[in-house]
Design a protein around this ligand. Sequence first.
Ligand SMILES: [Zn+2]
Length: 366
Amino acid sequence: MKKKLRLKLPFKILLLVIILILVVALYFPIRNIFKLVGHNYSLSSSVEILSLNIYDDVISKDYSKTLDKTIKDKDFIKDNYKSYMDIKYYNRSNFLKNVNKLLALKYTVDDINNINSKVSDGFYSKLFDEHINDISDYLTVKYFKEENFDRYRKYFNGDYEKTVLYVNIGLDKDYYKDTTLTNKFSTTMLVNKYHGVSDKFKAPDLVQISEDCSIDDQNLMYKEAAKAFEKMCRDARKQGYDILANSTYRDLKAQQKTWDIYLKLYGIKYNEKYVTRPGYSEHHTGLAVDIKSKNSNIFKESKEYQWTLENSYKYGFIHRYPEDKINITGISSEAWHFRYVGVDIATYIYKNNLSYEEYYAMFLDK
Ligand SMILES: [Zn+2]
């Protein structure tokens, strides 16, 4: 009897120790799994986190949807887990594969977040040829268009925002090359050396500007613009400034005539610099007006010029070809040429000293 007990006691102790070890061994993983689940991770991800031995790191940081969603993926690379945790999750095809490739090419986590949030699936291949170290500088410009990306890099002028804007405008291309033609009218339409009107274009609602505000009865304008011009002209007069519409709407034939006359007189070089090709003149739209001072032959030297510069936006007109925007408009400074765009846009352009090309690229070019 005594002998039997002696044999059993060590056995019981051993059993107890084993049970104790098991309880302790299981208690901590189970406790950790509960903690991970409480941290928002799914149960299966939590088990995986434990088995990869990254629990301490994971629990000490904010919940990572990327980790949660990808940890069971066959492309999950353990060495990358810290980066994964800082990368925002996007539910898009090849998400993890693309992230892995970008990490392998030494793109930063910030770069990758910018890329995933901004580019289309087709764009990734451009990023896999080489490490583009300034990719985020391009992607964070509001007006970034991925179809223009190669042109941005080729054109780069030292300023990312200006590069993006100028290439969107078309300034990396020669004038009259790759132009688009439209037959659709709007008061915000852009007509310049990259955007023309087709021969089917018809300026709508043309009315004659009232004779007290025009040099003759040949000055047609889009009705809304004509009314705005007349109001500006009369308000100016009340303040002692006399402005008149000198030249407004011109159809394609008239512009062709102008072009031909100057071509004969001065040759092609002069024309390319000072005359606009038929189809590419703002005067086709019925929204442009060349202004004349009643008392001076040189508008730029008249007091009316200063008044118009400072006040025309209140009536919806912008000074279309200022001296400091020649590199953008492609038109030599024309003191007299104003363009109707409506009061809101004109005010914004005036207050921010923009060319219409810049405004258009920033807000209207989708
Ligand atoms: Zn003009």
